[in-house]
Design a protein around this ligand. Structure first.
Ligand code: G4P
Length: 535
């Protein structure tokens, strides 16, 4: 033990960071993300048999992270929260991501706060539309992905065919770590390729407790499982022969994905998946700052804002900024400074958040998420820090919007509420807000990656801010980033509109991609940069 308090504090931070695994689950709606989350909590000892559940009783679709009325009505999760639980001697932080690709910009921000992701596929369906969209976001961020092929207790597709699909459609190298023996009602266990043995499960009532596991020798497995065993053993031999081995470096680079089979419903394979997350997912490491310099985990406290959410609790009408701790130790009550504004914030009301339930966060370490109440000045992408040089993170890139609406408040007496509501939605990143000199604050353009974002914006403006709105269709389909000089030229051209974001960034909006292409070939000197996520 060191007697130097600074060295010993740094070693505490390194130790705590090494224990953390911060990850998210991505999946097409209905593939089993919520069920798997519940089962992780079950294995983590957070949920006990029959007691609380991620879902509220009587409302099958309401998960702990669903707190908006709209979400419940739609049956989709549009907001993000985090659950923290202990597993073995580790601390796992599971961040929720929206299940719909229309919110991929939001997903992107959440994924900026994780070190790994679990991609859940339905064994009968394989890769679905939203899986692809969300996966692309992971690829953009080079996040290591563990694949879980779920619902193996039901009739499923040929496992080799599913692997081919992952490889072909996602250009991701799938390497099975477990292999199923049987499927549907005859799914009895998994061959663990690394341990080289067969694990047989037995169901517990309603999947309410961990599945019983028994290691069964090959001869007995062959006798008990019959043809299912022979088929599985043959497939594993084939994989071994083909050299399908885990390469940690390629996994960490997001090029290869370890694959696990199982059933979140019956808990088969859930423990193996959790063990793999603990073992393979990288712990929090040094993060690059805006200048490209790595900021090691054991330097002074710093954190990144990845989500701002207002009025989570209708009874309180407050807003909360979610921060991922990047370095150092967070202690409740410490004064922190926002790198962008230089303003100091109190942290007396720091929380850890599980859906609507909050508990006070006394301390947090790299990889953990804290929620700050009423930190209205914080924006997504902001850095906060304690003493020393200000910290700035690289800018969070805005996604390419492909849907646009002209917003207008239909009740002139509510103009003030409308303006403040639009500003709030902008700072939360619910929609992108663009303004033209002639439109000003009263007629902003709302831009989105997917049209569901407009439903959320309209609902919130009406119900939270009391501003009834009309969102009229707008003609644009494509946006490009431009600069002041080019904007001056573009402003005088037809078929293009220049609008500004709150931070001053300028976007050129086009009604047709052909017009954009023509303009680019006629005027190569104009700055027209692509935004990320453009198809
Ligand atoms: P999501 O969050 O990804 O949208 O999926 P969710 O967990 O809500 O699961 C969607 C449906 O699939 C649920 O059924 C759930 O019970 C079922 N499911 C999840 N994992 C498995 C699995 O491993 N095996 C089987 N057979 N089903 C699974 P539901 O009909 O919507 O609800 P309910 O049957 O639970 O009432």
């Amino acid at each position: 033990m060191s007697n130097d308090p600074i060295a010993s504090a740094a070693s505490d931070v390194r130790r705590e960071a090494a224990r953390r695994r911060t990850f998210a689950i991505i999946s097409h709606p209905d593939a089993g993300k919520t069920t798997l989350t519940e089962k992780f909590l079950l294995y983590g000892g957070v949920l006990t048999a029959g007691a609380g559940s991620v879902r509220a009783k009587g409302d099958r679709r309401a998960t702990a992270s669903d707190w908006m009325e709209l979400e419940r009505r739609r049956g989709i999760s549009v907001t993000s929260a985090v659950v923290q639980f202990a597993y073995q001697d580790r601390v796992l932080n599971l961040l929720d991501t929206p299940g719909h690709g229309d919110f991929s910009e939001d997903t992107y921000r959440v994924l900026s706060a994780v070190d790994a992701a679990v991609m859940v596929l339905d064994g009968a369906k394989g890769i679905e539309a939203q899986t692809r969209k969300l996966f692309e976001v992971c690829r953009n961020r080079e996040i290591p992905i563990v694949t879980f092929i779920n619902k193996w207790d039901r009739p499923a597709r040929d496992p080799l065919e599913l692997l081919d699909e992952i490889e072909d459609q996602l250009v991701l190298d799938p390497v099975p770590v477990t292999w199923p023996v049987g499927e549907g009602e005859r799914f009895n266990g998994l061959i663990d390729r690394r341990a080289g043995h067969y694990v047989r499960f037995s169901r517990t009532a309603g999947g309410a407790t961990a599945a019983d596991e028994e290691v069964v020798a090959a001869a007995r497995a062959a006798a008990d499982e019959g043809s299912a065993w022979h088929e599985a053993a043959e497939a594993v031999e084939l994989l071994d022969g083909a050299g399908a081995e885990l390469d940690v470096k390629r996994f960490e680079a997001g090029e290869l994905s370890p694959v696990f089979f199982g059933s979140a419903l019956t808990n088969y394979g859930v423990r193996m998946l959790l063990d793999a997350i603990v073992e393979m997912a990288p712990p929090p490491g040094a993060r690059l700052d805006a200048g490209g310099d790595p900021r090691p985990v054991d330097t002074g406290f710093s954190a990144a804002v990845f989500k701002v959410q207002s009025n989570m609790d209708p009874a309180h009408r407050d807003s909360m900024a979610f921060l991922r701790v990047c370095s150092g130790r967070f202690e409740r009550g410490m004064a922190i400074t926002c790198g962008r504004t230089g303003k100091t914030l109190a942290t007396k009301y720091a929380h850890t958040v599980v859906g609507r339930d909050r508990s006070t966060a006394e301390e947090a370490w790299p990889g953990d998420v804290i929620g700050l109440v009423n930190a209205a000045e914080l924006r997504v992408g902001d850095a906060v820090h304690t003493a020393g040089e200000p910290v700035r993170w690289p800018a969070v890139p805005a996604f390419a919007p492909s849907s646009f609406r002209m917003a207008r408040c239909t009740d002139t007496s509510k103009a003030k509420q409308f303006r403040s509501g639009v500003r709030q939605l902008d700072s939360e990143g619910v929609v992108q807000v663009l303004r033209r000199p002639e439109g000003g604050e009263s007629a902003p353009i709302l831009a989105a990656v997917g049209p569901l974002q407009f439903d959320v914006a309209e609902h919130r403006l009406r119900h939270e801010f009391g501003a009834p709105v009309e969102l009229a269709p707008a003609p644009w389909t494509t946006a490009r980033r431009t600069d002041e000089d080019s904007a001056a030229v573009l402003g005088s051209m037809s078929g293009v509109t220049v609008a500004a974001r709150d931070g001053g960034e300028l976007l050129a909006l086009f009604e047709s991609p052909y017009w954009l292409a023509r303009l680019q070939s006629d005027h190569p000197e104009l700055v027209l940069e692509r935004l990320i996520g453009e198809g």
